[in-house]
Design a protein around this ligand. Structure first.
Ligand SMILES: Nc1ncnc2c1ncn2[C@@H]1O[C@H](COP(=O)(O)OP(=O)(O)OP(=O)(O)O)[C@@H](O)[C@H]1O
Length: 229
């Protein structure tokens, strides 16, 4: 389980996170939802210790992040980090050399799942294919937790559908996934848990299935109650 406890974060004098708390379980897809600039990426960066926090605590399976935790968790940012002149195949080799947790079999499966061509250069990829390569490089690691920053942002409907299919496939298996988004529409059915953020705080944390079954409400219905007052 990933536990984010009372996390506070400032940039200069501006307080971005004002005591954010939530949990994300293994085997579930947790979605952080909030408008642009609310601090979604900052939360993922904080979980990965890529940015320092000023107060609070983040635990992964009960322990603070340490060097060996990086074999347990991966972060898929919203833009590809491979060099533009590299081919997809070279990017995969790079990851293979760098991470002990690289799973070549899964990488090859993802390559065909996304219908990507290994000899295409990163610089030549469309936004949709670039997002798919990014996802491939993260999901091919045998880790327990995957953090994804806006995996559906700015890409066409068909690419979004293909990416969404990964979430319901064995490629996610029983990992814990945290994704961020500001538009929940066409991924609503994939989400187990929702964490709504507003003004640097969690305004509501709920189980999407329970809201549907017990109250007959969609994620968007609950969002409307919280944000449109
Ligand atoms: N390195 C930084 N220095 C100063 N301010 C920053 C820095 N990184 C982020 N911020 C500010 O912190 C706030 C939260 O940024 P963040 O990127 O976490 O938001 P977000 O919810 O992910 O937004 P988006 O949906 O646009 O990606 C924004 O106001 C942003 O301008």
């Amino acid at each position: 389980m990933i536990e984010v406890k009372e996390v506070e974060k400032k940039f200069g004098r501006k307080k971005i996170l004002k005591g954010v708390s939530f949990t994300a379980n293994k085997g579930e897809i947790t979605c952080l939802i909030g408008i642009n600039g609310v601090g979604k990426t900052t939360i993922l960066n904080a979980i990965m210790a890529l940015t320092p926090i000023h107060k609070g605590q983040i635990l992964i399976d009960g322990e603070p992040l340490k060097e060996n935790t990086f074999e347990k968790i991966t972060f898929i940012p919203d833009a590809i980090t491979m060099l533009p002149q590299m081919t997809i195949a070279e990017s995969m080799e790079f990851m293979h050399d760098f991470y002990a947790s690289w799973n070549q079999e899964r990488a090859t499966e993802l390559l065909s799942f996304f219908k990507l061509k290994p000899n295409d250069r990163i610089a030549s990829l469309s936004k949709g294919n670039s997002a798919k390569v990014n996802l491939l490089l993260g999901l091919a690691l045998d880790v327990d937790y995957v953090l994804m920053d806006e995996p559906f942002s700015g890409i066409d409907m068909f690419s979004r559908e293909e990416i969404a299919n990964v979430f319901t496939s064995h490629l996610i298996e029983n990992r814990g996934v945290i994704i961020t988004t500001h538009e929940v529409g066409d991924i609503e059915h994939l989400i187990d848990k929702v964490v709504l953020l507003d003004d640097g705080m969690v305004t509501k944390e709920f189980n999407a299935e329970e809201a549907r079954e017990n109250e007959g409400k969609s994620v968007i219905d609950v969002m409307r109650e919280v944000y449109v007052r």
